[in-house]
Design a protein around this ligand. Structure first.
Ligand SMILES: Cc1ncc(C[n+]2csc(CCOP(=O)(O)OP(=O)(O)O)c2C)c(N)n1
Length: 321
């Protein structure tokens, strides 16, 4: 990727915005202002930002259950996102979806899902539409290592390759599916190898290095836009929080957690920026403050927004009345 300082700063801003957002969600959850099951992506910001950095606004992105960061990275409005998590009528789904059902169509974030790997086949549908429209749009789907063990993951890889669909599979291998380590749920430790079975080009990258993710995705995007079909990118990363908010995470060693803390993707990127003198120090310092300011404003917006009208409980939902 180019070393344009504005582009580098925008990457840093986005990562801080996501980190600040997730920390605010954790805080609001503890205060019971945000309800439901909450999965945070703290520690995985480089994947979301690096991958979406290479996309156009009209490209389609699909997430999963840990997708606040994916939505923000694609350009979703943090105010409407936080309002959704707080169950308010100004939220993306009028407060009826919550954390795992984010839809931000204006930003090209098509949907998240609580069904593990459930959006993988959906991304193929978007890619098929994009291919038929012929305007260079592409689809991208984020999923975890656990999702890669699902049958529909394999069916989707097969179909994407067979039909040469412009879809990029981004596997966030954070080493755990819920409380189960990778070694206990597959005999295939390098998940990108699955792509080879279906003749899809693959790469495994350090998912805590935002520039490595960006470079891999840029290549995949170029291929997808020039009708060369799907790509698979496995990003090795780690979640610094439990599986869900409130998870005591007793299934992993504290030494493992502290080791990964030293690989924090934001601090690593800051080190690169400073060591190589790529952007002014002052701008680096400002980035965190800016992100936290945006999130503070989003929280004020969300918590001062009205609750949904109880009479509308069965509108906009797929439920019999
Ligand atoms: C179809 C389905 N099976 C099981 C679950 C329960 N579940 C929720 S999250 C999760 C683990 C997902 O792991 P992974 O795909 O690696 O994503 P991560 O949580 O690490 O981001 C499971 C099994 C579910 N939500 N949907």
């Amino acid at each position: 990727m180019s070393k344009d300082p504005n582009q580098l700063l925008s990457i840093l801003h986005r990562m801080w915005l996501i980190r600040a957002f997730e920390e605010k969600v954790s805080d609001l959850y503890a205060r019971k202002e945000v309800l439901g099951l909450i999965h945070l992506g703290i520690g995985q910001e480089a994947v979301a930002v690096g991958a979406c950095q290479a996309l156009r606004r009209d490209d389609y992105v699909f997430g999963g259950h840990r997708s606040h960061g994916h939505a923000i990275a694609k350009g979703a409005d943090p105010r409407r996102l936080l309002a959704e998590l707080a169950g308010r009528s100004t939220g993306y789904c009028a407060g009826k979806g919550g954390s795992m059902h984010i839809v931000a169509m204006e930003a090209g974030f098509v949907t998240a899902t609580g069904v593990v790997g459930g959006t993988i086949p959906l991304a193929l549908g978007a890619a098929l539409v994009a291919k038929q429209k012929g305007q260079g749009q592409i689809a991208m789907v984020f999923f975890g290592d656990g999702a890669a063990q699902a049958g529909h993951f394999h069916e989707s890889l097969n179909m994407a390759s067979l039909w040469q669909l412009p879809v990029i599979f981004v596997c966030e291998n954070n080493g755990y599916a819920e409380f189960t380590p990778l070694s206990a749920h597959t005999v295939v430790p390098r998940l990108a190898n699955h792509a080879r079975t279906y003749s899809i080009p693959d790469v495994t990258v350090d998912g805590n290095d935002v520039l490595a993710v960006t470079e891999a995705v840029e290549r995949a995007v170029q291929a997808a836009r020039s009708t060369k079909g799907p790509s698979f990118i496995e990003c090795l990363t780690y979640r610094l929080r439990g599986h869900y908010e409130g998870d005591p995470a007793k299934y992993r060693e504290l030494s493992e957690l502290s080791d990964w803390k030293t690989k924090d993707p934001i601090q690593r990127f800051i080190k690169i920026l400073k060591d190589r003198n790529l952007v002014p120090d002052r701008a680096i310092q400002e980035a965190e403050k800016t992100g936290r300011g945006v999130v503070e404003e989003a929280a004020n917006f969300a918590l001062s927004s009205p609750w949904p009208n109880p009479e509308e409980v069965d509108s906009q939902v797929f439920a019999p009345n």
